[in-house]
Design a protein around this ligand. Structure first.
Ligand code: FPP
Length: 238
């Protein structure tokens, strides 16, 4: 039977660990960067589809605090791709009413990329069809340490859960309803660990560059079959 998406139960926030770019390239005897380039196209495709389906926030893990360990060529290549994405998509981001923001310490990125990020965040700040939240030099543990230090600097001796959550990069965003990691790996790898405390997890085998609208719909239909309880017990049918 043809499965249909329930338009009344679309996840508000979907977060994605875009994994498998290197393997996608290797399978085609291409350099790793060709995989990342195809990954950027997948990101654009998926944002368009998500916006059409009514998703409000998409978070993407583009560069982790651990990704600095990769070769300089690959690291620089990923940064160049992101700069190029900003340069070539400005008009489309504005006409599609897309808001860009980031999580992670972007001040440690190359200064040309840092400046472009600050500029695009500012220019798109009033757009409101969908938010693209990009994890760049991001890791959950560093995020928690940063939040904790910020509270200490404000004079806190002890903190509450709410205060901690308000110091995360995502302080004003809803938690992800669904976290997707492509390529078959089943780990969160330091990604949105606090925000994802109650997220549904989905691990399709597909490599990120192959992810498309169909794959997104499949993920959402899978999500819609889950029963979310947030720690409470199953609701009895009346
Ligand atoms: C993981 O695949 C992918 C990355 C570490 C980089 C992803 C970055 C992009 C697609 C660019 C994002 C662009 C914008 C505009 C935000 P992998 O290299 O670990 O793949 P593998 O496990 O198969 O080697």
């Amino acid at each position: 039977m043809f499965k249909k998406i329930d338009s009344n139960n679309i996840p508000v926030h979907i977060a994605i660990i875009m994994d498998g770019n290197g393997r996608w390239a290797k399978k085609r005897l291409l350099p790793r960067l060709a995989g990342h380039k195809a990954g950027v196209n997948a990101l654009k495709r998926v944002v368009d589809a998500a916006k059409e389906l009514g998703v409000k926030v998409m978070s993407f893990f583009a560069f982790s605090t651990e990704n600095w360990n990769r070769s300089k060529e690959e690291v620089d290549g990923i940064f160049d791709l992101i700069e190029n994405y900003i340069d070539t998509n400005y008009e489309q981001l504005m006409s599609s009413n897309i808001k860009i923001r980031t999580m992670g310490d972007i001040s440690k990125l190359p200064s040309s990329l840092y400046k472009k990020l600050i500029d695009i965040i500012e220019k798109t700040q009033n757009n409101n069809s969908i938010i693209i939240n990009i994890g760049l030099n991001y890791g959950s543990r560093a995020e928690v340490v940063r939040a904790y230090n910020s509270l200490i600097n404000k004079g806190a001796k002890s903190i509450t859960e709410q205060e901690l959550m308000k110091e995360l990069y995502t302080f004003d965003l809803p938690d992800p309803d669904l976290i997707i990691r492509t390529s078959g790996e089943q780990r969160l790898s330091n990604f949105m660990l606090l925000q994802g405390a109650y997220s549904e997890l989905y691990f399709p085998k597909i490599y990120w560059p192959d992810f498309d609208k169909k794959a997104l719909i499949r993920a959402i239909i899978n999500y819609q079959k889950r029963e979310r309880r947030f720690g409470s017990i199953k609701q009895e049918k009346k």
